[in-house]
Write a protein that binds this ligand. Structure first.
Ligand SMILES: Nc1ncnc2c1ncn2[C@@H]1O[C@H](COP(=O)(O)OP(=O)(O)O)[C@@H](O)[C@H]1O
Ligand SMILES: [Mg+2]
Length: 226
């Protein structure tokens, strides 16, 4: 079954002379449980695509279906709930809340939903992310790599069906990068989570089920690796 369907997705930023078409009629589907890597040079539209898939920003035309439901038929308020419950999004530049500590940042989506934090899951996640002993540090008291781990923890706390990660290892050295990818992949395999990862790392791309290459806002290739 296709959990995600991207249909004729187009996104234009600005208007007139300064208009930039970041995505130009992009269509593809992702099967439930699939691990898809998205590659492409800087400015090719990768982040824009991921943000549309996660309901962060509305497309200019076209749409995204999650479990057959049109994501953008929601109101802005419904979209905010959608982002907290249905997807786990790891932003390229983390988007952590500066005045909240590690645990508070990780639990924010759960708490905003008025639900109880699963303490066991939180502990396991802190351990897996190597954030033990950093629970009450603020983002500016953490290294870039640690902030990236918090952003990943926040995305996974809800055990969402779909995880969308924008260069989740972009600020990590190769050992840490391998650990984080192992965590994401274990989540993908064990929980049957669908995983879409933007990456510049060839090893990560080759470990995916499928690699989609973007070029100037269009799909240049869509290759099944395994
Ligand atoms: N908020 C924005 N306003 C204007 N232009 C944008 C915005 N976000 C992205 N762009 C432009 O859209 C294009 C694609 O950007 P992006 O999706 O960030 O690419 P990538 O993630 O592949 O580097 C680029 O030309 C970028 O400058
Ligand atoms: Mg980007």
């Amino acid at each position: 079954m296709d959990i995600l369907q991207v249909e004729h997705l187009t996104k234009t930023y600005g208007s007139g002379d300064t208009a930039v078409t970041a995505l130009d009629d992009v269509s593809f589907s992702v099967a439930a449980g699939e691990f898809v890597a998205i590659i492409g040079s800087s400015g090719s539209g990768k982040s824009t695509l991921l943000h549309m898939m996660g309901g962060v920003d509305r497309p200019t035309s076209g749409t995204v279906l999650l479990n057959g439901e049109d994501v953008f038929r929601r109101t802005d308020e419904q979209l905010a709930v959608f982002r907290r419950r249905e997807v786990g999004l790891v932003y390229q530049f983390y988007n952590l809340v500066p005045v909240l500590d590690v645990v508070e940042n990780m639990c924010l989506p759960v708490l905003m939903d008025g639900r109880a934090v699963n303490e066991g899951r939180l502990e396991g996640m802190l351990r897996a992310l190597g954030l033990e002993g950093r629970e009450h540090h603020l983002p500016n008291q953490l290294s870039g790599g640690q902030q990236q781990r918090v952003a990943i923890g926040r995305a996974l706390m809800n055990a969402p069906a779909v995880v969308l990660a924008d260069e989740p290892t972009g600020n990590l050295d190769s050992r840490n990068s391998a650990e984080i990818m192992a965590l994401l992949r274990a989540s993908n395999r064990d929980l049957g989570q669908t995983l879409v990862v933007i990456t510049h790392d060839e090893d990560i791309a080759l470990s995916a089920d499928r690699v989609i290459a973007l070029e100037d806002g269009r799909i240049a290739s869509d290759t099944r690796v395994r």
